[in-house]
Structure formats: structure tokens, C-alpha cells
Write a protein that binds this ligand. Structure first.
Ligand code: NAD
Ligand code: TYD
Length: 347
């Protein structure tokens, strides 16, 4: 199988490439990535020199670059991970999100038609369903996105489905819950909390910290995508969840306990606007194809925390670069006005 993977220098895409090359000795992969702040070729060191792997730098929202990269031909599928992915950045500056997550998806769908590529997997998110106060969403739940990131991803999904209905473009969509694991950029909650705790710095917890996410270990996600790639049906959507719903505060405390650090490192900071209080997926459709999540969050977080503890080289250079300014702008004043859980409880 020859795969055209977009966004493969990011967190999940790089794990997927490494997973597919390891598990499928006949698979060849071209990784097409713009290398934004989140793209990192350090994630793919083990692929360097592998004759079944090639990297092409390019932008999915640039039709000419996409066409040029595909013109080598013979691809069996495109798997589209490329996206702007961080909710907080989408609130401050939405335009890159619309450009990549909607217009970039459009360029890829057009290329699938032009080159007659037999399969297109759109990697999407549970965030398109918006907050889920009770119960769990199946794939037919209405889309109700709360922020520019999830609205852009919903736009990409709807466009992809419209291409299936209008042109019979062979589109499949996956909607995964919150991923975590090694190589995740430290703007996201778990790697931010872990690397801050390793440096004895505060962990910023938005609002009361009781928001619930369903945590999915990245390897379980990669296996799920492989299942959809091999067994999924065109025009269909597949939810992918970890069956591990936990409030953020519990996750922060789990990380601190593993590192033997005090709970006082947690700081309640001003909440994110439009913050979704709970995500929850019903994944029975994918489970019928034989996939199940295998990693309980306690084990996944232990593995993740150990990886960040043992791989400072990977994240210290990220946190000392552009990230410093982002962190200061995003967290500086909020941390100045923050409270510790204990102080709050006393009031
Ligand atoms: P990430 O931010 O770690 O990586 C994104 C990658 O896409 C980077 O390598 C970046 O350089 C590349 N990219 C960005 N814009 C591009 C463009 N215009 N052209 C080409 N490449 C571009 O993201 P991630 O966490 O690995 O997420 C991957 C996909 O999975 C995204 O589509 C995201 O919406 C989806 N997803 C993520 C999660 C999660 O918890 N991280 C959960 C569900 C779904
Ligand atoms: P995040 O990793 O940004 O993923 P998403 O917003 O896509 O779910 O955040 C996960 C949860 O953690 C979310 O409820 C917001 C919260 N959070 C914090 O409390 N503090 C932080 O510094 C960050 C980045 C997130």
C-alpha cells in the first residue's frame, strides 16, 4: 500500500507513520507537511533512511504544491492529519484554522477527484459535536461546534461528506477524542502539565478543572485509523474514543502523583471562553469492525510522563523557542491572578 499522509510531522501523524511502517512491511509512505510551529521532524528520526518513507514539505491549502506532490502517482489512499489544532490559538487567531482545516481539505478533495485516488481518510475530532452534558454522541449526532477550531473541523467534515454525495469521492471520516502520548506539542494539556511539573512550575487549570475529556492513547488511535483504512465503508463516519472519561483536575493530580510533586502546583486560572464542559463518544460502530481501545488512562499517563521525563531533549528546545512568547501572552496574566485549589476551598 502506498499512502500519502498529510501533517505527518505532528503528534498523531508521526505516530501513525511510525506505526504503519512498523506493522506493515509492504507499506510506503510520503509525508506531506508544511512544518508549522507544530511540525517537528525530530518525531520521525527513526524513519530517516527508510526506503519506504519520504518527506515532502508543502501546504495542503496550496493546490499546486499538492498536485505536484501527488503527480508521482500510484497512491492507494490519502490520510489527512494536517490541521491547525489548538483551541486556544484558534480563539486568538482563527484565520489559519479556516485556511488549513477548511480550504486545505477542499484542495485535497479536489486532488482526490483529479488523480482518482481510491480512498481519502479525513482525520477529525469529537469536538465537532460540541459539549455533551449527558449521554454519548453517535456519528449521527448534530454538529454543534463551540470555537473556531471545532467549527473549522466541522466545515472540513461537511465538505468531505458533500464530495461523497455529489461526486462519489471515496471519503471516510474519523472523529477521535482527546489524544495523549509521547511527542505531543507541549501547548496541549497533558504535555503542558507534565513538562511544567517536571520543572516545578505551576499547572494552569482552566476554571474549576471539572471539565471532562475522554482520553485516548495515541497508539490506540493509530490502530483505529488502520482499521478504518482497511475495513471502513466509503461515505461513513467513525467515532474513536478511549472509554476513559476523566475531569481535568484528576488528570493533573495523576501527573503530579507520578512525579512525586505537590498538588499545590495546580493553579486555577481564568477559564477559556466557550469552554466545552464534556465530550463523550459512542464508538459501537467502529467496535463492530473489531477495534477496541486497550490502554487505560492510568497506564497511558504513566507511559507518557515517563517519556517526557526521559526525553527532555525533545521538549526543552520547543519550550525555549517561540513557545516562550506564546506562554507568556497566554498564561502570564492569568497565572498572576490564579488561586491554588486549597486557598479556594478555604474561602
Ligand atoms: P499537531 O498540531 O501536532 O500537528 C499538525 C501537523 O499538521 C503539523 O505537523 C503541521 O506542520 C501540519 N500542518 C499544519 N498546517 C498544514 C498545512 N496547511 N499543510 C500541511 N501541513 C500542515 O496535530 P495533532 O494533534 O497531531 O492532530 C492531527 C489531526 O488529528 C488533526 O487533524 C486534528 O484535528 C486531529 N485530532 C487531534 C486530536 C488531539 O487530541 N490531538 C484529537 C482528535 C483529532
Ligand atoms: P487541550 O489539550 O487544549 O485539548 P482540547 O481543548 O482540544 O480538549 O485541553 C484539554 C482540557 O484541558 C480542556 O478542557 C482545557 C483544559 N486545559 C487546562 O485546564 N489548562 C491548560 O493549560 C490547557 C492547555 C488545557
Amino acid at each position: 500500500m502506498k499512502l500519502f499522509v498529510t501533517g505527518g510531522a505532528g503528534f498523531i501523524g508521526s505516530q501513525f507513520i511510525r506505526f504503519m511502517l512498523r506493522k506493515n512491511p509492504d507499506t510506503q509512505i510520503v509525508n506531506f507537511d508544511k512544518l508549522t510551529y507544530a511540525g517537528n521532524l525530530d518525531n520521525l528520526k527513526e524513519c530517516e533512511g527508510n526506503p519506504r518513507y519520504a518527506f515532502v514539505r508543502g501546504d495542503i491549502a496550496n493546490a499546486a504544491q499538492v498536485r505536484k506532490a501527488l503527480s508521482g502517482g500510484g497512491f492507494d489512499a490519502i490520510v489527512n492529519f494536517a490541521a491547525e489544532t489548538h483551541v486556544d490559538r484558534s480563539i486568538g487567531s482563527p484565520s489559519d484554522f479556516l485556511n488549513t482545516d477548511i480550504f486545505g481539505t477542499f484542495c485535497l478533495l479536489e486532488a482526490v477527484r483529479e488523480f482518482g485516488i481510491p480512498r481519502y481518510i479525513q482525520i477529525s475530532t469529537d469536538e465537532v459535536y460540541g459539549t455533551v452534558p449527558v449521554g454519548s454522541c453517535t456519528e449521527t449526532a448534530p454538529l454543534n461546534p463551540s470555537n473556531p477550531y471545532s467549527a473549522s473541523k466541522a466545515g472540513g467534515d461537511l465538505l468531505a461528506l458533500s464530495y461523497f454525495r455529489t461526486y462519489r469521492t471515496p471519503v471516510l471520516i474519523t472523529r477521535a477524542s482527546n489524544n495523549y502520548g509521547p511527542n505531543q506539542y507541549p501547548e496541549k494539556f497533558i504535555p503542558l502539565a507534565t513538562t511544567n511539573a517536571l520543572d516545578n512550575r505551576p499547572i494552569p487549570l482552566y476554571g474549576d478543572g471539572m471539565q471532562i475529556r475522554d482520553w485516548l492513547f495515541v497508539e490506540d488511535h493509530c490502530r483505529a485509523i488502520q482499521t478504518v483504512l482497511m475495513k471502513g465503508k466509503e461515505g461513513e463516519i467513525y467515532n474513536i474514543g478511549g472509554d476513559q472519561e476523566r475531569p481535568n483536575r484528576e488528570i493533573a493530580e495523576m501527573i503530579l502523583a507520578l512525579l512525586d510533586k505537590p498538588n499545590e502546583l495546580v493553579r486555577h486560572v481564568a477559564d477559556r471562553p466557550g469552554h466545552d464542559t464534556r465530550y463523550s463518544l459512542d464508538c459501537s460502530k467502529l467496535k463492530k469492525l473489531g477495534w477496541h481501545p486497550t490502554i487505560p488512562v492510568e497506564e497511558g499517563i504513566r507511559r507518557t510522563v515517563e517519556w517526557y521525563r526521559d526525553n527532555r531533549w525533545w521538549w526543552e528546545k520547543i519550550k525555549s523557542g517561540e513557545f516562550k512568547q506564546y506562554y507568556q501572552e497566554h498564561y502570564g496574566h492569568r497565572l498572576d491572578e490564579s488561586t491554588t485549589p486549597d486557598k479556594e476551598d478555604e474561602q
